[in-house]
Design a protein around this ligand. Structure first.
Ligand SMILES: Nc1ncnc2c1ncn2[C@@H]1O[C@H](COP(=O)(O)OP(=O)(O)OP(=O)(O)O)[C@@H](O)[C@H]1O
Ligand SMILES: [Mg+2]
Length: 304
C-alpha cells in the first residue's frame, strides 16, 4: 500500500507504517476464514412517502476472531448496519453472509451488547446468564454450570446471586457480555457498550474485553464514538461517511498487540488517531463570529 500524497509529507510515523509483527498478524487474519461477508449492502428508510438511503454499497469481509470497530458521524447508519448483522432489521439491497450463509433473522450465532443496560431486573445475575442457555434448550443444571463458568470469566462469580440493581454500571455490562457470550456466538455485536460509563470504568472494561476476546473464539463488531477506544481495541477500523453512509476507509490498526495504555502516546497510535480524526472531521474554515458589542464589565476590566 502506498501513502496518499498528503501523508508523504509527514516526517514521523504514518498510520500506514506497520512493523513486521503487525504486518504478519494481518497476513494471518486474512488467511482465516471469512466470518462476515458484506456484499453491496444498502438500507433505505421510508419517511413521509420519501425514500432515504441511509447507506449504500457497503462491501467488505471480516475474518474469524477479528476485532473490528465501526466509527463515523452520528446518523451514518452504524447502528442500522449492526442491527442488520444481528437480523433485527432487513437490508434493502445486497446481502450479509455469516460463514457463507445469508443472514435472515436473529440467531444464537450472534450475541449483542448495547449501551443501555439490558439485563432483566427481576432475575439474579446467574439467572440472567442462564436465560439464553435455557431458551436454547439446555437443561437447567447444564445452564447453571455454564453460566457459572461465564461469570468466572468476567470476574463476577461472587455476584451470581445479586440482582442487577445491586451492581455498578461496569459490572452490569460485564454480565451483559457474559450473557451474550454464553450462547457461544460467532459474532459479538456491541453498539457503544461502554458509552454510559465513566472514563476509569470504561478503561477497565476495555481491558476486560480484550482479555475475554483473547480466550474466546469470537469475532467482534464494535461501534464507538471514542477514537482512543477504537484505536486501543481494534484490528481494523471501519470508517463510515454520511449522506448516504458509505465506507470511507477500512484501516488496518498499526498499533502492535498486546496492547497497553502506555501505547496511547506512541507514534503509531497518534498517527492512526489523527488519520481517523481527519476522515471524520475534515478541516473546515471557521470564521470568527463577531458578537454584539454589549459589555457587562467595567471598561478596562479585561481578562487578557
Ligand atoms: N426505523 C427507522 N425508520 C426511519 N429512519 C430510521 C430508522 N432507524 C434509523 N433511521 C435513520 O437512519 C439513520 C441512521 O441511524 P443509525 O441509528 O443507524 O445511525 P448511527 O450511525 O448509529 O448514529 P449514532 O452515532 O447517533 O448512534 C438516521 O438518520 C436515522 O434517523
Ligand atoms: Mg447508533
Amino acid at each position: 500500500m502506498t501513502a496518499p500524497p498528503s501523508m508523504n509529507a509527514l516526517p514521523s510515523s504514518s498510520y500506514l507504517d506497520q512493523d513486521e509483527a503487525v504486518a504478519a498478524r494481518f497476513q494471518r487474519i486474512y488467511e482465516r476464514p471469512v466470518r462476515l461477508k458484506v456484499d453491496n449492502l444498502r438500507k433505505d428508510f421510508q419517511n413521509n412517502g420519501a425514500t432515504r438511503t441511509v447507506f449504500d454499497k457497503l462491501s467488505f469481509n471480516i475474518h474469524r476472531r477479528e476485532f473490528v470497530t465501526v466509527i463515523g458521524p452520528s446518523g451514518c447508519g452504524k447502528s442500522t448496519f449492526l442491527r442488520i448483522v444481528a437480523g433485527l432489521d432487513e437490508a434493502s439491497g445486497g446481502e450479509i453472509q455469516l460463514d457463507g450463509h445469508p443472514v435472515g433473522g436473529p440467531g444464537p450465532d450472534r450475541g449483542m451488547v448495547f449501551q443501555g443496560y439490558t439485563l432483566f431486573p427481576w432475575l439474579t445475575v446467574k439467572r440472567n446468564v442462564m436465560f439464553g442457555l435455557e431458551m436454547s434448550g439446555k437443561a437447567k443444571s447444564t445452564a447453571e454450570s455454564e453460566a457459572g463458568l461465564w461469570l468466572e470469566m468476567v470476574g463476577l462469580r461472587k455476584f451470581e446471586n445479586a440482582y442487577p440493581h445491586e451492581l455498578s454500571g461496569g459490572m452490569k455490562q460485564r454480565v451483559a457480555i457474559a450473557r451474550a457470550l454464553a450462547n457461544e456466538p460467532r459474532v459479538l455485536i456491541m453498539d457503544e457498550p461502554f458509552g454510559a460509563l465513566d472514563a476509569q470504568t470504561r478503561a477497565q472494561m476495555q481491558n476486560y474485553l480484550l482479555q475475554i476476546w483473547r480466550k474466546v473464539d469470537v469475532t467482534i463488531l464494535f461501534i464507538t464514538h471514542d477514537l482512543d477506544e477504537a484505536c486501543y481495541l481494534s484490528d481494523r477500523i471501519l470508517v463510515l461517511g454520511a449522506n448516504p453512509g458509505r465506507v470511507v476507509e477500512f484501516i488496518e490498526n498499526p498499533v502492535p498487540r498486546p496492547r497497553s495504555p502506555a501505547q496511547f502516546s506512541s507514534p503509531s497510535f497518534v498517527a492512526l488517531k489523527n488519520r481517523i480524526e481527519e476522515l471524520i472531521h475534515p478541516p473546515v474554515e471557521i470564521e470568527e463570529q463577531q458578537l454584539p458589542l454589549v459589555r457587562l464589565t467595567e471598561a478596562g476590566d479585561d481578562v487578557e
